[in-house]
Design a protein around this ligand. Structure first.
Ligand code: HPA
Ligand code: ZN
Length: 324
């Protein structure tokens, strides 16, 4: 496959391999419980809530600026080797704060890791500051305030991840208004484990341009029509959905049904080592499952680029990959 890959949905700490987490734990002298790994060394994760808990525990090993710089560099170098031309990464202010790293030091570290990968491969990336829904509205507001106080050219979006069952999107209106005021583009995780109501509520009250996952919208034809009419982009991560038991196979993902209904769908790997995938594998599996041509895959990648949270100059430069 010779497709220029675009990825709109990947979490920074979720990009850390078990080997990287073990190495960080060793050098930072952090003791991790054995049960976050399976006997063969993979992450243990049975379902969504178990995944979130293993993720938060593994994050405790990532402590220093060097750790974050190495993580970002390693991710983008490997992805670029597999064809990534543009990637967006969710970053959390809460995990660095938990290990005593200031937000500005954290930003410097990820910018440094990315700059090195960009210099070596030309890969472009932007970062989406993300609040964690199950930490509540006040924590979300504090995160949004950081976006205001520490504007950074690489941080171009604000998002919300975490437990979709927690609270109501209306609880987070102030955080999202603050992020919007700071000029950030908005995306919200919804319709991953909860049904169409979750997506609808987010659209109604938080008004994001994109929805993280959103696949469960397929259960409500009126909502699918609304997504298509309003041009809302879904960041679909089929491998993540399969690993967490939302669908059994790539062919069962509503990715194609949504696309056929006129919804703008893009791809992401979410937390690739947790879900035994990477962005190149997501493109390949979608192509195989739905018998798509290379031209179809290029169009999907292009949808991602058109929906990217980056400046028009960068988009125009990257669009040249699709006209060669
Ligand atoms: N959903 C919710 N929270 C997350 C995810 C996800 O896919 N990945 C990391 N945090
Ligand atoms: Zn996600």
């Amino acid at each position: 496959m010779n497709i220029p890959l675009v990825e709109l949905h990947c979490h920074i700490e979720g990009a850390a391999t078990p080997a990287f987490i073990r190495a960080c734990a060793r050098r930072n002298k952090v003791t991790l419980p054995d049960d976050i790994f399976t006997p063969d060394g993979a992450y243990a994760c049975d379902d969504f809530l178990h995944f979130l808990s293993v993720y938060v525990t593994a994050c405790r090993a990532i402590c220093t600026q060097e750790d974050y710089a190495e993580l970002v560099y390693g991710y983008f170098i490997n992805a670029a080797k597999k064809g990534l031309i543009y990637g967006e990464m969710f970053i959390s202010a809460d995990h660095p704060a938990d290990v005593g790293l200031s937000y500005s030091d954290f930003l410097d570290a990820i910018a440094q890791g990315y700059a090195k990968a960009h210099e070596e491969t030309g890969v472009e990336a932007r970062f989406i500051l993300t609040c964690i829904r199950n930490l509540g509205a006040e924590a979300a507001q504090k995160t949004a305030q950081l976006a205001h106080d520490f504007a950074h050219p690489l941080v171009t979006g604000f998002g919300m991840a975490g437990d979709e069952n927690y609270g109501h999107p209306a609880d987070f209106i102030r955080a999202f208004e603050c992020a919007r005021d700071a000029g950030l583009n908005l995306t919200v995780h919804a319709g991953e484990v909860c049904g169409p109501h979750s997506v609808r509520d987010c659209l109604n009250v938080l008004k994001p341009a994109r929805i993280g996952h959103g696949v469960r919208a397929i259960d409500d034809p009126a909502l699918v029509q609304r997504l298509a009419d309003e041009g809302i982009v879904l960041e679909v991560c089929p491998g993540s959905n399969i690993a967490l038991g939302v669908y059994d196979t790539y062919a069962q993902s509503p990715f194609m049904a949504l696309r056929d209904a006129g919804v703008r769908v893009a791809l992401g790997s979410d937390d690739p080592p947790y879900f035994h995938t990477d962005i190149a594998n997501e493109y390949a599996c979608v192509q195989q499952a739905f018998l798509l041509s290379d031209a179809d895959m290029r169009a999907i990648s292009r949808t991602g680029l058109e929906a990217a949270f980056c400046d028009e100059g960068t988009k125009a430069k990257l669009l040249s990959h699709f006209t060669q």
